[in-house]
Ligand binder design. Structure first.
Ligand code: PBG
Length: 324
């Protein structure tokens, strides 16, 4: 009994009807805004490849967080740009490190804003890798100790969630163990579980000056060709204690996101990364696309594929658009 009995267009006739049957909605409450913190005071330094995004010194960062919260965005994720870098990334786990100080400062003024810390070494190592280098390779197990310490100092500073983005094997379990043994069993882990070795991170690496100085990240981040492997990575992270899992990048990996949603029942995040942001922003600035419509459509697609929450550099814009 097809046409003319069934006419799908009946439900698309008016805006109110379309709203009534809408299956997916965007909400400001599911957005996480990434922010970069740098040393100094009074600094708001625009990132060339990510226009509208800045490296903030701690004082101005706190003001920016207030603006983010006032827009209704519930969470930020912090990335640190330290004064100096070394072979072992000691700035990452310094109790007085750039991110740890920023968290203390923000939580003191804005206790209700969720502050998430990216737990990784790459912004702090002189070679730019996410782990310790031994004989030209990235050594897994010795890196775990440092990731544990990084997460611990972040949580002790007041981080509401820690988010390991390094892709070392066993890091979620290690971090859980360290946090639990220090009385921080209430701090959730948001695991970058299916993180691909992606060219879409290019602008971020300029922002954080974190491009690897030799080689690339393909011995730890995932091969873009692989789908089933993502499910194994996610399953391992959940077994090790991940509270929330993440797929990253987002739009080019919607198949992974949809599968993750289907296979696992844990909350799922997607990261619309710097390259996804910069492509939209550049085309919009050239006048080639409708910025608002493209941003909303891409985020809605990420939600439809299965993301409960989205990390996006557009969070503030979206919050403004959804408010009116
Ligand atoms: C690693 C990390 C990266 C991003 C988030 N965490 C960079 C990388 O893996 O090279 C990229 C995020 C983005 O591109 O927006 N600490």
């Amino acid at each position: 009994m097809a046409f003319p009995v069934h006419r799908p267009r009946r439900l698309r006739r008016t805006e109110a009807l379309r709203n009534l049957v809408q299956e997916t909605r965007l909400s400001t409450r599911s957005l996480i805004y990434p922010l970069f913190v740098c040393p100094g005071t009074g600094i708001k330094d625009e990132i060339g490849s990510m226009p509208g995004n800045y490296r903030w010194s701690g004082d101005l960062l706190t003001e920016e967080c207030k603006a983010v919260q006032d827009l209704g965005v519930p969470a930020v994720i912090l990335f640190g740009i330290p004064e100096s870098k070394d072979e072992v990334g000691s700035g990452a786990y310094d109790p007085d490190g750039i991110v740890q100080r920023a968290v203390r400062r923000i939580k003191k003024v804005l206790p209700d804003l969720l502050v998430i810390c990216d737990t990784c070494l790459d912004e702090y190592t002189s070679h730019g890798h996410c782990g310790l280098v031994k004989d030209g390779e990235i050594d897994n197990d010795s890196t775990l100790e440092l990731l544990g310490k990084t997460a611990l100092t972040q949580a002790q500073a007041g981080a509401d969630i820690v988010a390991p983005s390094d892709m070392m094997d066993g890091r979620v379990g290690k971090i859980r163990e360290v946090l639990d043994s220090e009385g921080l069993s209430n701090v959730p882990i948001l695991a970058y579980s299916a993180k691909y070795a992606s060219a879409f991170y290019g602008p971020f690496r300029e922002a954080a000056d974190s491009a690897p100085k030799f080689g690339d990240r393909r011995s730890y981040q995932m091969d873009p060709a692989n789908q089933r492997e993502a499910l194994r990575e996610i399953a391992l992270d959940i077994e090790e204690g991940a509270d929330i899992i993440m797929v990253k990048p987002a739009l080019p990996y919607l198949d992974i996101l949809a599968l993750a949603r289907q296979e696992f029942d844990v909350p799922t995040a997607a990261y619309q990364v710097s390259g996804e942001f910069s492509m939209i922003e550049a085309a919009a600035r050239a006048g080639w696309i409708d910025r608002k419509r493209i941003v909303m459509e891409s985020l809605l697609s990420i939600r439809r594929a299965g993301a409960d929450m989205i990390l996006t550099y557009f969070a503030k814009d979206v919050a403004r658009w959804l408010a009116c």
